[in-house]
Design a binder for this molecule. Sequence first.
Ligand code: BES
Ligand code: MN
Ligand code: ZN
Length: 503
Amino acid sequence: MKFELQRGLALQSNITTLVLFVTQPKSEGPEIRKAPLSHNLPSELKKVFSELIDEKTLTGVAGEFVFLRNHAVLGFKHILFYSLGMWGGEDHESLRSAGGSLEGVLNSHKISSAAIHLESLGNKISPIFIQALVEGLSLSAYRFEELMSPKKDAPKELKLVLSYHDFTKAHKEALDTAVITSEMVCFSRRLGDLPGNLMTPTILAEETKRASKGSKVIVSVWDKARLSKEKMGGILCVAQGSSEEPKLIKMEYKGGKASQRPLVFVGKGLTFDSGGISIKPSASMEEMKYDMCGGANVIGALLAIAKLKLKVNAIALIPTTENMPGPSAIKPGDVVRARNGKSYEVNNTDAEGRLILSDALCLASELKPRLIVDAATLTGAMVMALGNIYTGFFTKDTELKSQIEKAAKASGEWVWHLPLCDYHTKDMKGTYADLSNMSSSKGAGSATAAAFLEQFVAKGIPWAHFDIAGTGWATGSRLSYTSKKGASGVMIRTFVELAKLYE
Ligand code: BES
Ligand code: MN
Ligand code: ZN
């Protein structure tokens, strides 16, 4: 998808379709707003619009659209009226959502170029609305079709002209931000959508290096020998049952002063989670290719932060392995030591995410960070608790909690703070070792997992854990700009907004 900003609605012979938004401003009641059409649009168009309203073809309900094919006006071939519903000009998610549905409409009508008349939204369009609309359009255009035979009549890349009388530098920046962020979200989605045989720890490391070329991100990868030397007992024990070599991917970006301490992002990169010896039931096991989405999204977030040239220092750490029941696999009851010397009983080999994260969080703590944020498809309990819209997060740091909520409000992603207390920590005590990877109590499976992770974060470092088990990939998505099935790239936008708060 290509975007262009244009002052006013100059005629362009190569653009086929004119898109006009229809809104029902809250302050003016449920009546469709007719005012925007007074903006230097021909009376002929106003007449068509009035007729559509009078005959109730257009009622203004969100998502409703009328496509007038071969209805030449102003040199355009077709006209598309698209209803936003009630919109008072305050919430950006409506525009992201409209962008998503609009892309679907343009695609199903095989439109390859359109001009979006932004004045139809109102006289003053703030940059965040441009960002949201462009994100909705771009995120919705993502398709994962590379493993299918090529389609003969593949549609051409959509070209979109955003027309508005008063574009400023801030609008241009908002467009650039949206394009970069969406590209990175789609990049991460692809990593998630690739199946386990085509997305191994080695491939994940290679793809990270490839994507970082030409950016200011430096990638280094630890192999198995180095992981042993570095005492990364958690990653190694999970990898024992697989023939794929585990890795630890490190990405570094220096956008701030040399002396500035880094923001550290950690992501779970389980390229396939069979459960190991505590093997999972076969129903839906194929979904466990998505168990590396935390890692993929942290990779995407770091690349976005670098490409947006944010003035922060940031590091991403992605422990990556398969969890398989091979002949050398770790057995229930085995005791392992993590990088910080703490020992744990592995009473269930399917609770492996916390094991690979334990070492990565130790390493993150050693980097003297300003904060540590991790993302992981960690627990099935999170899917039960919050479903697939809200991402649950844990932190005991009240300042970080409000920064995260602020960042999520700006990104339009949904987060929910969940409780973590000493009782959860007590549940994770071991019988024969310092800790157990299984809770001794029933319930609160996501909180007890977080309590386990906390044991590997050095005291005093603000830390937040995002359990994206419910939101990392979609199964019948409610969002117009996320595939019905597939990786979502969730939290990348929020992590970018969070990093902005540290500039
Ligand atoms: N990757 C899974 C968590 C998961 C399950 C994510 C379903 C998304 C959907 C994780 O490794 C796991 O298996 N967790 C176990 C932990 C349990 C054994 C304590 C779980 O949640 O069942
Ligand atoms: Mn598991
Ligand atoms: Zn897992």
